[in-house]
Ligand binder design. Structure first.
Ligand code: GLP
Length: 241
């Protein structure tokens, strides 16, 4: 794992955007694996600026997102499709039909997951997969468990995740209890991983991910086995290491 230290969230976001920009410049038809949550928001802001300045062209890029809440449609403000539209897709020149997010409106979990897997197989492994880190060590919505899941599956969100994500909803009761997420196998088959972590509240879990044993109880720890994983973290997130 390559660890790149940033002073603060702003610097982290600039570094992460530059990392992704280099990929798109070198390979305009890149497949980008994207994440939601607050960690990558600054990164997306910088990518939008680079596009506006004429330094980046997304016209040939394809994107695959990690996850989506089960039961939320793309027009729902809390859905991850909505998040991606507002933070990135509607602000750059990407071909919208080349942006993929699991279909939260499909109530049949098996159908939703196999349709997304089929899409992911067609697109092929992402050139870069961006990841955030949950407080319980989850990546995507792969929650702590007794095993690693290979491909897209439906998960029951843990209490920690529901508590952490309720800030985006009107009330805790509105937080969906299930989500569709890309599996750990799919994430591990991506060519490069970029994990962005910010804030002292992530310091303990980041230490476990990087220095602890590799275990499905801390899903992010599997990244220790990825051959090309870069972590960009701010000083606060690195404060326990
Ligand atoms: C959510 C998402 C993850 C994200 C994590 C951390 O649960 N499913 O993909 O990485 O939260 O979010 P944040 O960056 O807001 O701390």
């Amino acid at each position: 794992m390559h660890i790149c230290k940033a002073k603060n969230y702003q610097e982290l976001s600039r570094k992460a955007a530059n990392f992704i920009a280099a990929q798109v410049i070198l390979k305009p038809a890149s497949v980008l694996g994207l994440a939601t949550g607050s960690s990558p928001i600054g990164t997306y802001e910088h990518l939008v600026k680079m596009y506006e300045n004429g330094d980046l062209d997304f016209s040939q890029v394809t994107t695959v997102n990690l996850d989506e809440y089960k039961g939320l449609s793309g027009s729902d403000r809390q859905s991850y499709r909505y998040f991606m539209n507002t933070h990135l897709f509607h602000k750059i020149n990407i071909n919208y039909s080349n942006t993929y997010v699991p279909d939260g409106t499909e109530q049949d979990a098996e159908k939703a997951c196999s349709a997304y897997n089929e899409q992911l197989h067609k697109v092929g492994p992402a050139d870069i997969q961006i990841l955030g880190l949950g407080h319980d060590g989850h990546i995507g919505f792969n929650e702590p468990s007794d095993h690693f899941e290979d491909e897209t599956h439906c998960v029951d969100l843990t209490e920690t995740t529901i508590q952490a994500n309720k800030r985006f909803f009107e009330s805790e009761a509105d937080v969906p209890r299930q989500a569709y997420t890309m599996g750990i196998g799919t994430i591990m088959r991506c060519k490069k991983i970029l994990l962005v972590v910010s804030g002292s509240d992530k310091a303990q879990i980041l230490k476990k991910v990087v220095q602890g044993p590799v275990t499905s109880q801390v899903p992010g720890s599997i990244l220790q086995f990825h051959p090309d994983c870069t972590i960009i973290a701010d000083e606060a997130a690195l404060s326990e290491m």
